[in-house]
Write a protein that binds this ligand. Structure first.
Ligand SMILES: [Fe+2]
Length: 324
């Protein structure tokens, strides 16, 4: 009975594979670019990884590395000097599924809680392979507290799964999902907006809508660094994203062997000063095809936006004098 059912499932999948176009496979979500190769590899992985044994084994053997906190400090020139510091906690690529052990989520979210941030932001890719992996992660996200709000955007793996179910789960867990829209924070940061861009690669990204009505200080929240290729005409204080996993499997020094998506080679992780503003790329937390990472340890970000100090002002004046 079981082999007969497995054969029927395989036959149906094969029929859909052959009957589909070269570039797109029918999926539950609204993501673009879900091609036949990906469909085939995910079909195989979902069966090979059944029960989540890769995550369990690698975690038990100590091969899933600990989650680091990466601290970054961004000076916002237009803020009055008396303005308080805004602390943002950012986590991305949690990838609930067979290659990420839930204890890694516990560890990452404990780091986020310890940061005692004003705002918590999530950069997408909540699942790998199937949205049905999301509810236990949603239960872990729900108790996070941030006095000025919790916001999220969607990633490519979410849009290739049942993204509507994931978005509802985030909403129930207290996160506002931003899809090409901005939201202003409350006092004393009413001049700060979080601008959420839909996934730059597979989503229906709309930069104009994402920045519409934004206040003077803009925090761009997006899934991948490819977003900065689209936002050339917009300025932001800081843009936060994940997606790259720092290459996931990298060479010593964190140089990715394979670039993860557009701009993944140029901005694989870390801080980058761009004409539009400061871009910070997280290596994310979880795993996709390979439960193992190499020279790309998982991280969460603690980003502080501060007004300029008198030292910053003096450095700027010296810079202008040199440029003149
Ligand atoms: Fe990811």
């Amino acid at each position: 009975m079981v082999p007969a059912r497995a054969a029927a499932i395989a036959a149906e999948w094969f029929r859909r594979l052959i009957g589909s176009s070269l570039s797109e496979m029918p999926i539950e979500g609204r993501g673009r670019f879900y091609g036949r190769t990906r469909a085939a590899s995910e079909w195989i992985l979902a069966r090979a990884y059944r029960g989540g044994w890769p995550a369990r084994v690698t975690r038990r053997l100590g091969l899933q590395r600990r989650v680091r906190v990466v601290y970054e400090h961004v000076v916002v020139p237009q803020w009055p000097r008396v303005h308080p510091t805004l602390r943002i906690a950012f986590a991305s690529d949690l990838h609930a599924g067979p290659t990420t052990d839930p204890s890694l989520h516990d560890e990452a979210l404990a780091r986020v809680r310890e940061l005692d941030a004003d705002v918590v932001l999530l950069g997408g890719d909540y699942v790998f392979l199937d949205a049905r992996h999301f509810p236990p992660l949603a239960d872990r996200l729900a108790p996070l507290i941030a006095p000025l709000g919790r916001f999220a955007v969607m990633g490519n793996h979410d849009l290739w799964a049942n993204d509507a179910a994931i978005a509802s789960g985030l909403d129930r867990a207290g996160f506002r999902v931003l899809c090409n829209e901005s939201v202003a924070l409350g006092e004393p940061f009413a001049d700060v907006s979080i601008c959420g861009l839909d996934d730059p690669w597979t989503g229906a990204r709309n930069v104009t809508a994402a920045f519409a009505g934004a206040r003077a200080v803009r925090v761009l929240l997006m899934h991948s660094p490819a977003g900065v290729l689209l936002t050339k005409d917009e300025r932001f204080a800081v843009a936060l994203c994940g997606h790259t996993h720092g290459g996931h499997i990298a060479l010593p020094g964190g140089v990715p062997i394979v670039a993860m998506g557009p701009n993944g080679r140029r901005h694989p992780h870390g801080r980058h000063e761009l004409p539009q503003g400061t871009l910070i790329v997280s290596r994310g937390v979880g795993a996709t095809e390979s439960p193992l990472r190499m020279f790309a340890d998982p991280d969460v970000l603690c980003v502080e936006l501060t007004p300029p100090t008198s030292g910053d002002a003096a450095r700027r004046r010296a810079g202008s004098a040199r440029d003149a």
